[in-house]
Design a protein around this ligand. Structure first.
Ligand code: PMP
Length: 442
């Protein structure tokens, strides 16, 4: 691209088009290759040029990164610190069985038919109770159950953003949010996460671009683990109120603290009604239930429900009933206490092993909660190359650039410390240090 004077963005876009047409494929940490055309019987017989029929797709190389990460097989002896996953060994399966079996035949048959798009009524009530305990005082009209918070993100983006609108995000931020905003066609403005909150920069954006939305993960941020201090939360809300800015607070991790409890959520501190709150049971119970929720003004909930109706009518009843029973029987606090204690041990084990094996080659700050250790590579090795070589030893993680919409993160990596027990985290740190040292010498 440099040779022909084409900008980096133009060449990336050209690669994306080719990828959408199935002509090239992107391999994480390695590059873009001409796609192998697998001539299966079905491909060979297809009389329809599928790729030419597709509507323009927002798919980016990031989509393939995310899918590869989720596909990583946990049982094959590989150690994946890539996907943001709880340990499947901690899924409360016995409890689920008990809750399902406890009132055989007692389930109201109507609960297994179609229910309102906003969600199973008793679960919406229980979620309101859960939020009440966190200082968020709302009624069930403010709550919609979603298929994970990813669906909440998509719906909010769908009803608020259109091509040409501006959305402000932290940089780096959650990959799934990048994808959704990219799909909306909105223009993305970024706020650096490192250091104190950049109020002046945000205010400049607000005056110059009038963005429709600010997307934030204030507590145990993905990927950096950062917690926005309470005084900065209050200052942010004052600024947002002055400019009538809508804030989307994504909060999947705040129950997973390993020391002191985090500050109140933005939603709990919100006095101007501008905060939309999203959370999920994916990180605290298990992601496969696909149950999350949005808490917002009823006008927005109604509009979101209309949009959700087009997609799936309502989220799965069985999963909603199960979580509702779990909440109503008061089983969540004990489960949370258990996983917090285990994840704290795992965080500490990974931190100790990295300090022991990698010394100053990788630096990080200690996350007070959540799932991730965000590491900076202090030797001349790029994160994509590191992943490529580490993958050969059966170790994976997410290279930093996946979390940026700008060309950054080449010297950063995200390690998820919750999926594996301590001895595997230690083994992961050892493999990482060996690959890092080898590449640094090369
Ligand atoms: N938001 C953030 C910040 C996340 O880290 C994740 C999961 N990685 C999600 C949303 C999506 O979670 P869910 O499984 O509820 O869709």
């Amino acid at each position: 691209a440099a040779l022909f004077g084409v900008s980096r963005t133009t060449s990336i876009n050209a690669y994306r088009c080719l990828e959408q047409q199935g002509l090239v494929e992107t391999k994480v940490g390695s590059g873009t290759y001409v796609a192998e055309l697998s001539i299966t019987r079905e491909n060979a017989l297809s009389g329809v040029p599928w790729h030419q029929l597709f509507t323009p797709s927002p798919q980016s190389p990031l989509s393939s990164i995310l899918r590869e990460l989720v596909d990583t097989n946990l049982d094959s002896g590989n150690i994946s610190l890539a996907a943001g996953m709880p340990d499947p060994a901690f899924y409360p399966v016995k409890l689920f069985q008990k809750l399902f079996n406890q009132d055989k035949g007692g389930t109201n048959k109507a609960d297994l038919g179609h229910i309102p798009t906003e969600g199973y009524g008793p679960l919406r009530l229980s979620v309101a109770g859960l939020l009440d305990a966190k200082g968020i005082h709302l009624s069930m009209e403010n709550i919609m159950i979603t298929a994970g918070s990813q669906q909440g993100l998509y719906l909010i983006s769908k009803v608020l953003l259109e091509p040409g609108d501006y959305v402000v995000v932290e940089s780096p931020t959650f990959i799934g949010a990048h994808q959704v905003f990219q799909a909306s066609g909105a223009r993305v403005l970024t706020l650096p996460v490192a250091g104190a909150f950049p109020f002046a920069l945000l205010e400049d954006y607000l005056i110059r671009y009038r963005p429709k939305l600010l997307y934030m993960i204030p507590t145990y941020h993905n990927p950096t683990g950062r917690v926005l201090p309470e005084n900065q939360r209050r200052e942010l809300l004052q600024l947002a109120a002055r400019h009538r800015l809508a804030i989307l607070e994504d909060d999947p991790y705040s129950d997973l603290y390993y020391g002191e409890e985090p500050p109140p959520s933005l939603k709990a501190l919100d006095t101007y009604g501008g905060v939309v709150y999203l959370s999920t049971f994916s990180k605290i119970l298990c992601p496969g239930l696909r149950i999350g929720y949005a808490a917002a003004h009823p006008a927005l909930i109604n509009r979101l429900a209309l949009e959700k109706q087009y997609i799936d009518l309502h989220s799965n009843n069985l999963a909603q009933i199960l979580i509702c029973r779990l909440l109503d029987q008061g089983s969540l606090p004990a489960h949370l206490a258990f996983v917090r204690a285990e994840y704290k041990k795992r965080r500490d084990a990974l931190v100790e092993a990295l300090r022991h094996f990698c010394h100053q080659d990788l630096t990080f700050s200690l996350p007070e909660g959540g799932f991730y250790l965000w590491c900076k590579i202090q030797v001349p090795v790029l994160s994509g190359r590191l992943l490529h070589e580490a993958a050969k030893t059966g170790l994976s993680f997410v290279p930093g650039e996946a979390f940026y919409s700008t060309p950054d993160g080449e010297r950063e990596i995200r390690l998820c410390f919750t999926t594996h027990p301590e001895h595997l985290l230690s083994e992961a740190a050892k493999r990482l240090s060996e690959v890092l040292a080898r590449l640094a010498r090369a």
